[in-house]
Design a protein around this ligand. Structure first.
Ligand SMILES: Cc1cn([C@H]2C[C@H](O)[C@@H](COP(=O)(O)OP(=O)(O)OP(=O)(O)O)O2)c(=O)[nH]c1=O
Length: 189
Protein backbone atom coordinates (compact mmCIF):
# COMPACT_ATOMS: atom_id res chain seq x y z
CA UNK A 1 0.00 0.00 0.00
CA UNK A 2 1.27 3.47 -0.92
CA UNK A 3 0.94 6.39 1.52
CA UNK A 4 1.45 10.09 0.86
CA UNK A 5 3.01 11.79 3.88
CA UNK A 6 1.75 15.29 3.10
CA UNK A 7 -0.84 17.87 4.05
CA UNK A 8 -0.55 19.52 0.66
CA UNK A 9 -3.75 19.15 -1.39
CA UNK A 10 -1.67 19.84 -4.51
CA UNK A 11 0.59 16.86 -3.87
CA UNK A 12 -2.47 14.63 -3.46
CA UNK A 13 -3.94 15.94 -6.73
CA UNK A 14 -0.67 15.43 -8.58
CA UNK A 15 -0.17 11.92 -7.23
CA UNK A 16 -3.74 11.04 -8.25
CA UNK A 17 -2.85 12.00 -11.80
CA UNK A 18 -0.48 9.02 -11.92
CA UNK A 19 -3.49 6.74 -11.44
CA UNK A 20 -2.20 5.14 -8.24
CA UNK A 21 -4.25 4.50 -5.13
CA UNK A 22 -2.83 5.81 -1.88
CA UNK A 23 -3.64 6.66 1.71
CA UNK A 24 -2.92 10.03 3.30
CA UNK A 25 -0.75 10.49 6.37
CA UNK A 26 -1.12 13.72 8.27
CA UNK A 27 2.12 14.78 9.88
CA UNK A 28 3.87 17.88 11.02
CA UNK A 29 7.59 17.80 10.29
CA UNK A 30 9.44 20.99 11.31
CA UNK A 31 11.14 22.79 8.44
CA UNK A 32 14.14 24.72 9.72
CA UNK A 33 17.37 25.15 7.81
CA UNK A 34 20.32 24.52 10.14
CA UNK A 35 22.99 27.24 10.31
CA UNK A 36 25.42 26.69 7.46
CA UNK A 37 23.33 23.89 5.93
CA UNK A 38 23.51 24.15 2.12
CA UNK A 39 20.15 24.73 0.43
CA UNK A 40 20.04 21.44 -1.49
CA UNK A 41 21.09 19.41 1.58
CA UNK A 42 18.26 21.02 3.51
CA UNK A 43 15.60 20.12 0.91
CA UNK A 44 16.88 16.52 0.76
CA UNK A 45 16.86 16.27 4.55
CA UNK A 46 13.31 17.57 4.94
CA UNK A 47 11.96 15.24 2.22
CA UNK A 48 13.63 12.28 3.99
CA UNK A 49 12.27 13.37 7.35
CA UNK A 50 8.74 13.58 5.96
CA UNK A 51 8.97 10.09 4.42
CA UNK A 52 10.63 8.72 7.58
CA UNK A 53 8.02 10.21 9.91
CA UNK A 54 5.30 8.77 7.68
CA UNK A 55 6.90 5.35 7.67
CA UNK A 56 6.94 5.27 11.47
CA UNK A 57 3.16 5.66 11.39
CA UNK A 58 2.55 2.70 9.09
CA UNK A 59 5.25 0.22 10.08
CA UNK A 60 2.54 -2.16 11.18
CA UNK A 61 1.21 -2.30 7.64
CA UNK A 62 3.24 -4.88 5.68
CA UNK A 63 4.61 -3.72 2.34
CA UNK A 64 3.89 -0.06 3.07
CA UNK A 65 5.64 2.47 0.82
CA UNK A 66 5.64 6.10 1.97
CA UNK A 67 6.19 9.17 -0.21
CA UNK A 68 7.41 12.45 1.28
CA UNK A 69 8.47 15.55 -0.61
CA UNK A 70 9.79 19.03 -0.05
CA UNK A 71 9.79 22.08 -2.32
CA UNK A 72 11.78 25.25 -1.77
CA UNK A 73 12.62 28.30 -3.85
CA UNK A 74 16.35 29.05 -4.01
CA UNK A 75 17.85 32.40 -5.05
CA UNK A 76 21.58 33.08 -4.78
CA UNK A 77 21.89 30.07 -2.47
CA UNK A 78 19.22 31.44 -0.12
CA UNK A 79 16.17 29.32 0.66
CA UNK A 80 12.72 30.91 0.41
CA UNK A 81 10.21 28.67 2.14
CA UNK A 82 6.54 29.33 2.87
CA UNK A 83 6.16 32.98 3.95
CA UNK A 84 4.74 33.50 7.43
CA UNK A 85 2.74 36.57 6.39
CA UNK A 86 2.05 38.98 3.53
CA UNK A 87 5.02 41.18 4.42
CA UNK A 88 7.39 38.25 4.13
CA UNK A 89 5.74 37.17 0.86
CA UNK A 90 6.19 40.72 -0.49
CA UNK A 91 9.88 40.68 0.40
CA UNK A 92 10.32 37.34 -1.37
CA UNK A 93 8.53 38.57 -4.50
CA UNK A 94 10.63 41.74 -4.57
CA UNK A 95 13.74 39.56 -4.45
CA UNK A 96 12.46 37.27 -7.25
CA UNK A 97 11.44 40.23 -9.47
CA UNK A 98 13.36 40.34 -12.76
CA UNK A 99 15.53 37.39 -11.78
CA UNK A 100 15.86 33.68 -12.48
CA UNK A 101 15.56 31.39 -9.46
CA UNK A 102 15.49 27.67 -8.90
CA UNK A 103 12.63 25.65 -7.50
CA UNK A 104 14.00 22.47 -5.97
CA UNK A 105 11.72 19.56 -5.17
CA UNK A 106 13.03 16.38 -3.60
CA UNK A 107 10.78 13.31 -3.54
CA UNK A 108 11.65 10.54 -1.10
CA UNK A 109 10.17 7.03 -1.11
CA UNK A 110 10.69 4.85 1.93
CA UNK A 111 9.68 1.31 2.82
CA UNK A 112 10.76 -0.95 5.68
CA UNK A 113 14.03 -1.92 4.02
CA UNK A 114 14.64 0.75 1.49
CA UNK A 115 14.84 4.45 0.73
CA UNK A 116 15.36 6.37 -2.51
CA UNK A 117 15.18 9.97 -3.56
CA UNK A 118 14.83 12.00 -6.72
CA UNK A 119 15.67 15.70 -6.94
CA UNK A 120 14.30 17.99 -9.61
CA UNK A 121 15.53 21.55 -10.05
CA UNK A 122 13.52 23.90 -12.25
CA UNK A 123 14.70 27.32 -13.33
CA UNK A 124 11.98 29.97 -13.30
CA UNK A 125 12.51 33.47 -14.73
CA UNK A 126 10.21 36.14 -13.34
CA UNK A 127 9.39 39.44 -15.09
CA UNK A 128 10.24 42.66 -13.29
CA UNK A 129 7.42 43.27 -10.79
CA UNK A 130 6.17 46.74 -9.86
CA UNK A 131 5.11 47.35 -6.27
CA UNK A 132 1.53 47.59 -7.55
CA UNK A 133 1.83 44.14 -9.19
CA UNK A 134 3.03 42.68 -5.90
CA UNK A 135 0.25 44.36 -3.92
CA UNK A 136 -2.40 43.07 -6.33
CA UNK A 137 -0.94 39.58 -6.25
CA UNK A 138 -0.77 39.46 -2.47
CA UNK A 139 -4.46 40.44 -2.33
CA UNK A 140 -5.34 37.15 -4.10
CA UNK A 141 -4.05 35.17 -1.10
CA UNK A 142 -2.55 32.63 -3.50
CA UNK A 143 0.88 33.11 -1.89
CA UNK A 144 -0.21 31.42 1.34
CA UNK A 145 1.46 28.10 2.00
CA UNK A 146 3.60 28.34 -1.16
CA UNK A 147 7.39 28.34 -1.20
CA UNK A 148 8.75 31.67 -2.43
CA UNK A 149 5.38 33.36 -1.93
CA UNK A 150 3.86 32.43 -5.28
CA UNK A 151 1.90 29.65 -6.96
CA UNK A 152 2.74 29.10 -10.60
CA UNK A 153 -0.57 27.29 -11.06
CA UNK A 154 -2.51 30.52 -10.48
CA UNK A 155 -2.30 34.16 -11.46
CA UNK A 156 1.43 34.32 -10.92
CA UNK A 157 2.04 32.53 -14.20
CA UNK A 158 1.24 35.87 -15.86
CA UNK A 159 4.69 37.00 -14.65
CA UNK A 160 6.64 33.87 -15.59
CA UNK A 161 8.85 34.65 -18.57
CA UNK A 162 10.44 31.21 -18.81
CA UNK A 163 10.41 27.84 -17.11
CA UNK A 164 13.07 25.21 -17.64
CA UNK A 165 12.42 21.90 -15.92
CA UNK A 166 9.30 20.38 -14.37
CA UNK A 167 6.05 22.31 -14.00
CA UNK A 168 4.62 19.66 -11.67
CA UNK A 169 7.90 19.82 -9.74
CA UNK A 170 7.34 23.53 -9.10
CA UNK A 171 3.85 22.66 -7.81
CA UNK A 172 5.35 20.18 -5.37
CA UNK A 173 5.53 16.75 -7.02
CA UNK A 174 7.43 16.13 -10.27
CA UNK A 175 5.32 13.50 -12.02
CA UNK A 176 7.94 11.92 -14.27
CA UNK A 177 10.51 11.38 -11.53
CA UNK A 178 7.84 10.29 -9.06
CA UNK A 179 6.53 7.70 -11.53
CA UNK A 180 10.04 6.32 -11.99
CA UNK A 181 10.61 6.02 -8.25
CA UNK A 182 7.25 4.33 -7.74
CA UNK A 183 8.06 1.72 -10.40
CA UNK A 184 11.41 1.06 -8.67
CA UNK A 185 9.44 0.27 -5.51
CA UNK A 186 7.12 -2.06 -7.38
CA UNK A 187 4.15 0.31 -7.42
CA UNK A 188 2.63 0.02 -10.91
CA UNK A 189 2.18 3.39 -12.63
C1 LIG B 1 6.80 27.65 -6.04
C2 LIG B 1 5.51 26.95 -5.78
C3 LIG B 1 5.31 26.21 -4.63
N1 LIG B 1 4.12 25.58 -4.40
C4 LIG B 1 3.89 24.80 -3.17
C5 LIG B 1 4.28 23.34 -3.26
C6 LIG B 1 4.37 22.94 -1.80
O1 LIG B 1 3.10 22.47 -1.36
C7 LIG B 1 4.69 24.25 -1.08
C8 LIG B 1 6.03 24.20 -0.43
O2 LIG B 1 5.90 23.66 0.84
P1 LIG B 1 6.36 22.20 1.29
O3 LIG B 1 6.95 22.34 2.65
O4 LIG B 1 7.19 21.55 0.22
O5 LIG B 1 4.99 21.38 1.37
P2 LIG B 1 3.67 21.66 2.20
O6 LIG B 1 3.97 22.27 3.52
O7 LIG B 1 2.70 22.40 1.30
O8 LIG B 1 3.08 20.20 2.39
P3 LIG B 1 3.69 18.92 3.17
O9 LIG B 1 4.96 19.34 3.86
O10 LIG B 1 2.62 18.51 4.15
O11 LIG B 1 3.90 17.89 2.10
O12 LIG B 1 4.65 25.27 -2.08
C9 LIG B 1 3.09 25.65 -5.34
O13 LIG B 1 2.03 25.06 -5.13
N2 LIG B 1 3.28 26.36 -6.50
C10 LIG B 1 4.44 27.01 -6.75
O14 LIG B 1 4.55 27.66 -7.82
Amino acid sequence: MLYLASRSPRRADLLSRLGVRFGLLDLDVPEHQAPGEPAADYVHRVAREKAGAGLLKVLASPGAVVLGADTEVILDGRVFGKPADAAEAAAMLRALSGRTHEVLTVVCLASAGREAQAAVATRVSVDPLEDADIARYLATGEWQGKAGGYAIQGRFEAYVARLEGSYSGVMGLPLRETARLLREFGVPV
